[in-house]
Design a protein around this ligand. Structure first.
Ligand code: ADP
Length: 273
């Protein structure tokens, strides 16, 4: 669905390539996490994807169409983005006005708005807050509204730009679970850029960026089968994997393996106790 072919990019005020020979192939309906420490080029990559900058060299194709000026509007309309800071994303005085604002920008007829707003708030369990002022919501609730606003635009691609990094662990987990549901039920392609390897648990594919290059392409199991990769690129191992590794070391056997999720680990720990 999305292809980067030998993409290079440098900012006009610099001589250094920020992206070097990026090749990516993102499948429709998949969730790809792009991991990398700060300064590795993740945001720049996303800016190219949502058309804020053009590659210095190479091609970006979406559904087989090269991303050029002529198709810019059409492609741009198929992408929605949720950013890091929930407070910077609101323009409306209430939750529903905020979603309506995005719909007005896309020239959606007024008579259709109500049902779109209702459906998108329902998807993140925020319907009861439709008349609330965004300032009265918690950080996690604000991000749920930001996701609802994105969903209302009926995107094919949802980009999460460090969308959970300002949330506490509980709110982060809840947001990621809502996104997983949306990803599966609506077949929306998710691209999440993050420095938090914890998020990779939810994704189908993982790309690691370092110094403007893709240095790893694979999935969760492949990544944690080689635990040194995260260290090498200054990324923190997710808590669940740290617990499994520590318990395996302490118990002197590989009781906990890569494919086990949180529930199974808790169950085994209870049995062991
Ligand atoms: P990340 O999102 O992984 O933190 P960025 O894409 O923001 O990485 O940055 C990659 C590199 O590009 C960094 O060296 C950063 O300093 C540089 N950079 C980012 N934005 C600009 C800009 N507007 N002008 C010049 N250099 C930039």
């Amino acid at each position: 669905m999305i292809k980067f072919e030998n993409v290079f990019f440098k900012y006009s005020n610099s001589t250094k390539n920020v992206l070097e020979n990026i090749n990516l192939n993102i499948k429709k309906g998949s969730w790809t996490s792009i991991l990398g420490e700060n300064g590795s080029g993740k945001s720049t990559l996303m800016k190219l994807l949502y058309g804020q900058h053009k590659p210095t060299d190479g091609k970006i194709l979406i559904n087989g169409t090269e991303y050029t000026e002529e198709v810019y509007d059409e492609i741009r309309n198929s992408i929605a983005v949720v950013f890091q800071n929930p407070d910077n994303q609101f323009v409306g005085a209430t939750v529903e006005e905020d979603i309506a604002f995005g719909l007005e920008n896309r020239n959606i007829p007024t008579e259709l708005m109500d049902s779109i707003i209702e459906k998108s708030l329902e998807a993140v369990d925020m319907l009861e807050y439709r008349k609330y002022e965004p300032v009265s919501l918690s950080g996690g609730q604000k991000q749920r509204v930001a996701i609802a606003s994105a969903l209302a635009l009926n995107p094919q691609i949802l980009i999460l730009d460090e969308a959970t990094s300002m949330l506490d662990p509980k709110a982060r987990k809840s947001i990621l679970q809502y996104i997983k549901k949306i990803n599966k039920e609506n077949e929306i392609t998710i691209i999440s850029i993050t420095h938090d390897a914890e998020e990779s648990i939810y994704s189908d594919y993982i790309e690691i960026m370092n110094k403007g290059k893709i240095v790893f392409t694979g999935n969760y199991n492949m990544l944690y089968a080689e635990p040194d990769i995260l260290d090498k690129f200054n990324l923190e191992t997710p808590f669940l994997e740290r617990v499994k590794n520590e318990l395996n070391d302490q118990l002197g056997s590989k009781i906990f393996n890569i494919t086990e999720d949180e529930g199974s680990v808790v169950e085994k720990i209870c049995k062991l106790i």
